[in-house]
Design a protein around this ligand. Structure first.
Ligand code: DX5
Ligand code: ZN
Length: 217
């Protein structure tokens, strides 16, 4: 059976206390820390950039999984490498040269991820399977936490078949809850991002709900 990793998204964390929130979710069982970078252009929201990611780095003891919802990507790859991203994920929809972008991410010493919006077919990554370490399947339209899950199980199954025995993670991002997690795990996902489902009911002062929420997914 495939072991499932949980990657809480700090988009749902207290924006005034990221260091403490990162330490709290890792102490409560997070496998990775999912960092949502948004530019207000590729998505209708604006979060933070390389300086913030660099500040998060010393607090992350697991894996810093950086999700770029930005366009263009290439001019910022070196800055995110310097900031300490372990995985850097670019959207296939962010520009015309995703093949070159993934080469550049690996060239900068990071693991490379490619993300697919709900409307983008699995075939969009058919020629990238040896250039990527992670395929991020969006199960919401990107930009915000707390949105309703969009069923992408057919796409997930298709991707798992395309991947074959390559060491490529399938990460699910958006609307993951204890109700939706089994669906996507059965379809072939092995990393589940969860923001609102992890942070709900807890705080830096009372992080125990974070652990219960992670365990429930
Ligand atoms: C959405 C982000 C997701 C989001 C997940 O654009 O990429 O990572 O933070 O939040 P939930 O789990 O609340 O949908
Ligand atoms: Zn994300």
């Amino acid at each position: 059976s495939r072991s499932i990793k949980i990657a809480p998204s700090i988009l749902s964390a207290d924006f005034a206390d990221f260091g403490a929130e990162i330490r709290a979710i890792e102490a409560q069982g997070a496998d990775w820390v999912h960092v949502d970078v948004m530019d207000g252009h590729f998505v209708p929201n604006l979060t933070f950039g390389p300086p913030a990611v660099k500040a998060f780095r010393p607090h992350v003891k697991t894996v810093m999984d950086v999700h770029l919802m930005i366009a263009p990507v290439d001019p910022y790859i070196d800055a995110f490498a310097e900031a300490g991203a372990d995985i850097l994920t670019a959207h296939v929809e962010a520009g015309p040269h995703i093949h070159r972008t993934l080469q550049a991410i690996r060239g900068a010493g990071m693991k490379a991820g490619v993300a697919l919006n709900p409307g983008t077919p699995a075939e969009a990554v058919a020629h990238l399977l040896d250039l990527t370490d992670l395929i991020c399947v969006m199960t919401v339209n990107p930009g915000f936490g707390g949105q309703k899950f969009i069923d992408m199980t057919a796409k997930i199954s298709a991707l798992r078949a395309m991947i074959g025995d390559r060491p490529v993670h399938i990460e699910i991002d958006g609307g993951v809850t204890p109700e939706t997690a089994p669906l996507v795990a059965a379809a072939g996902a092995d990393v589940l991002v969860a923001g609102s489902a992890v942070f709900k009911g807890g705080s830096v002062a009372d992080p125990a709900p974070y652990g219960a929420n992670i365990a429930a997914i």
